[in-house]
Design a protein around this ligand. Structure first.
Ligand code: UN1
Length: 535
């Protein structure tokens, strides 16, 4: 790691880190360079990293394949001990790491610290999983024969994740992957290579052996990302894990399918929240504001469709808009108390801007707020700090949205939310299940009957009762259905199924060839059976 002074105007934000790819235990350059500029302030050069080519990806894949032999043979409690040390280092450096996340992608310091904590929690969980990783003993139908199942590592895992959780989400993949004895080639997001590099530094300091985790940095689809994905057809990986858009997930799913690999795909969401009249309205409003606008709406678990019962619709909307008017937005480095900061990159900002005109085509939908970028000319007192060197968007609210509309159906990464009014709980359920996605969901009510129905009828992979759509805990199964993923889950014990394959072992001590099904002696009926008919 090379530390360089930053531009004078951004010196308060921190130094510039010059980092490298990490292949086979060595820091190496690629074929060019990419810059990681802060989403908060583009004068702040957070990091400079290699842009990698085809050869770099090949080198990383070869290093991972070589390291697999020894790492997979290392006892899993020892692998767990390495992971424990990673968690300790992340905990010791939590504030510094969180600051880099804030600089790089503009997440508020509170949320950035939460993100580092999510990675620490993941390490904590998998540390002791190294002492479990249970298989089973299974009875045999033959005498003197024993049956066992073992979880075996799969091989080299290709890992690609989005820019919005650049430490937590890669940790959900890399930590269980290596705990299970696999090795990794990771392509960090080009919006957040610096935090990825520091996470990797923690792994090196903790004693992850050379070749076990390798990185190839660089541009996305047009560059390194293309070579990285091409590795699927070249047979570089035996497992692939992706978090990102549904469109890219489909492509990866197709590539993995033809190579007979089951990828882990965590994709988009269009997450509903149902608000019933008997709920604690203040709590519901707080939850809705947080899930819609926290992280500037750039979470796959962000709230998209608020589905509110007509009996409380006007009360909810009034309180929601009052709360919205008080949300502080702005520069998270100089004003850490803001609810949200900038858009992570220009591509997200463009997609968000386009949604204003797409949404306006939905006849009947009304925009209650938003529709512009914050500028020096239009800023109001709720906007804090210098916003002239990042892209800061006004919070957007659409009312009278119905399931037939583009707004209701299309995922928009940014600070926007729809409100739909329904006449009863049945209609609320139809609306909540009315998109092709099925990631997260939420219900606010005190009625046990509705809670039970919601839990049973909702299509989503994750649900909260009297809490929001975002903020899943790090040891619960994370993932969704339909367009939100292929049914695999991350986190907790469930993710182990994605990074191990079952091995069935038959151990025959009889000293002869015993044929299952054919020579199995199930006994037989008694020679002189009881005369049941006489009873
Ligand atoms: C994501 O946006 O891809 O549940 C992950 C949450 C976070 C993770 C979000 N713990 O909102």
């Amino acid at each position: 790691m090379i530390l360089k002074p930053n531009a004078p105007e951004a010196a308060h934000a921190g130094k510039t880190i010059q980092g490298f790819n990490y292949i086979n235990g060595k820091e190496v350059e690629g074929v060019g360079h990419i810059e990681s500029r802060s989403a908060v302030d583009d004068r702040d050069l957070v990091g400079v990293f290699p842009d990698s080519g085809e050869q770099d990806v090949e080198n990383a894949a070869k290093a991972a394949a070589k390291a697999f032999k020894t790492w997979s043979a290392t006892p899993s409690p020892i692998r767990g001990a390495v992971i424990q040390r990673i968690g300790q280092i992340l905990a010791e450096q939590k504030d510094k790491l969180a600051h880099v996340i804030t600089r790089e992608i503009g997440k508020t310091p509170r949320e950035a610290a939460g993100e580092v904590q999510e990675a620490i929690d993941t390490c904590t969980f998998f540390t002791s999983e190294g002492r479990r990783l249970y298989g089973q003993t299974v009875p045999s139908e033959m005498a003197h024969k024993e049956l066992y199942t073992y979880r075996r590592p799969i091989g080299v895992c290709g890992i690609l994740a989005a820019n919005n959780f650049p430490m937590a989400v890669p940790s959900w993949k890399i930590i269980p992957a290596i705990l299970c004895g696999n090795t990794v080639v990771w392509k960090p997001s080009d919006d957040a290579p610096t935090i990825a590099y520091l996470f990797l530094k923690a792994m090196q300091d903790a004693g992850v052996p050379e070749g076990v985790v390798n990185t190839v940095n660089g541009k996305g689809r047009a560059g390194c990302g293309k070579h990285f994905l091409a590795g699927i057809d070249k047979g570089y990986y035996q497992k692939f894990s992706f978090t990102g858009s549904t469109a890219v997930g489909r492509t990866i799913g197709e590539m993995c399918g033809r190579n007979l690999m089951i990828p882990s795909l965590e994709l988009g969401g269009k997450n509903p929240m149902v608000v019933m009249p008997d709920c604690d309205m203040e709590n519901a409003v707080r939850g809705a504001l947080w899930a819609a606008f926290g992280t500037a709406g750039q979470r796959c678990t962000s709230l998209a469709n608020i589905i509110v019962h007509e009996a409380c619709a006007s009360e909810f909307k009034q309180a929601f808009m009052d709360g919205l008017a008080k949300l502080e937005i702005g520069n998270p480095i100089t004003h850490p108390e803001v609810t949200y900061g900038p858009m992570i990159n220009a591509r997200f900002a463009k997609g968000f801007e386009e949604h204003w005109s797409e949404g306006a085509k939905d006849k009947g939908a009304k925009r209650l707020s938003g529709g512009a970028q914050w500028t020096e000319a239009n800023r109001t007192p709720i906007v804090k700090g210098d916003i002239s060197h990042g892209i800061y968007m006004q919070p957007c609210v659409w009312d009278d949205v119905t399931p037939d509309m583009w707004l209701f159906q299309t995922e928009v990464f940014g600070p926007t939310v729809n409100i739909s009014t329904v006449k009863d709980f049945d209609q609320a359920m139809d609306y909540a299940n009315g998109t092709p996605y099925g990631l997260s969901s939420s219900l606010y009510t005190e009625n046990r009957h509705w809670v039970e129905r919601f839990k049973r009828e909702i299509k989503a992979g994750m649900s909260s009762i009297n809490n929001t759509t975002s903020g899943a805990e790090a040891h619960m199964p994370f993932g969704g259905n339909g367009w939100s993923g292929n049914g695999t889950r991350e986190s907790g014990i469930w993710v182990i199924d994605s990074y191990t394959k079952w091995h069935a072992v038959n151990d025959d001590a009889s000293g002869k060839l015993q044929l299952a099904q054919i020579e199995t002696n199930y006994g037989g009926k008694a020679a002189e059976p009881t005369d049941w008919a006489a009873l």
